[in-house]
Design a protein around this ligand. Structure first.
Ligand code: NAP
Length: 277
């Protein structure tokens, strides 16, 4: 009979059937000799009940994705400073029976930008005002002076600009689709797409014609890896960062919290691109 697995970890969310996270996590565990298994746990409703099951069965840790990153917070026993400031949790650690919430999404934005772009920028445009946008804005707090937030629902962009105001010299909410967004896109150093616009072929969140030559374009979407936004930016010779970088960096940071190890981001990316995608 085979030995039971020592550590069990999950991703909760809905829908998550096509998630790449188990591939990334189980690859890290294999490569580092950790006797752990990471599985999907689709939660359509009754989050409270699932958390009770996790507590009762002594889950080692779990990740949280759409639509629970904010709602999960009320079921946890503690929050890291980052999670509290961002207002969202994507990683939970079971610390001797206490469930502690963390946010590693912001590092999924911060690490690739500082690695491929630098750490001192004047202006950035964030498209979207959901959980991922919040993490992105937080990630830019020490490396960008001025932020614009463009969202379909203007009131949410406004809410975020109030929430994160203290971190920036200036922060301006915009209505996605307005002329103002196009003007801003032509002058910023970084554009980050934190909406699902681009998952369907041919669609992009903003017109790309006006993007200037030095802009770094970051798309959080990883399916497809080359979104229309990134394709157009590449055609213009701009530096681009795809959502797979974010996915891998946030995963590596989650594993660091659970097992105190540093996994090799580039090796994981090679594995995913060559053997999974
Ligand atoms: N690569 C990664 O590791 C990673 C991590 C996290 C998230 N993501 C991706 O980032 C995106 C946002 O995730 P989230 O967690 O922030 O989701 P969320 O909290 O549900 O927010 C979604 C955002 O997208 C906007 N939006 C949705 N559909 C839209 C449409 N058809 N037209 C215009 N705007 C639309 C929403 O605008 P309203 O406010 O107007 O509804 C909102 O600002 C998703 O595509 C997700 O897969 C990637």
């Amino acid at each position: 009979m085979s030995k039971p697995i020592r550590y069990r970890l999950y991703l909760i969310g809905y829908p998550i059937r096509h998630s790449l996270s188990p591939h990334i996590m189980n690859y890290i565990f294999r490569r580092n000799g950790i006797d752990a298994l990471y599985e999907l746990y689709e939660v359509e409703s009754n989050l409270k009940q699932v958390i009770k099951i996790f507590r009762d069965t002594g889950v080692y840790g779990f990740n949280v994705t759409i639509p629970y990153k904010e709602r999960i917070m009320e079921y946890l026993d503690g929050l890291s400073r980052d999670a509290l400031e961002i207002g969202a949790v994507n990683t939970v650690q079971n610390k001797e029976g206490e469930l502690i919430g963390y946010n590693t999404d912001w590092l999924g934005v911060y690490k690739p930008i500082t690695r491929f772009g630098g750490n001192n920028f004047d202006q950035a445009l964030i498209i979207g005002a959901g959980g991922a946008a919040k993490a992105a804005i937080y990630a830019l707090r020490d490396i960008v002076k001025t932020i614009y937030i463009a969202n379909r629902t203007f009131s949410r962009a406004k809410q975020l600009s109030l929430r994160f105001k203290r971190y920036f010299q200036d922060i301006t909410p915009l209505k996605l689709g307005s002329k103002g967004v196009e003007d801003v896109a032509s002058k910023v150093d970084i554009v980050i797409n934190a909406t699902p616009i681009g998952m369907k072929e041919g669609e992009k969140p903003i017109p790309t014609e006006s993007l200037n030559n030095d802009t770094i374009v970051f798309d959080m979407i990883y399916k497809p890896l080359h979104t229309e936004l990134l394709k157009r930016a590449e055609e213009k010779g701009l530096k681009t960062i795809d959502g797979l970088w974010m996915l891998i960096y946030q995963a590596v940071e989650a594993v660091k919290i659970w097992f105190d190890i540093s996994a090799d981001v580039d090796e994981i990316r090679r594995f995913i691109v060559e053997e999974v995608l």
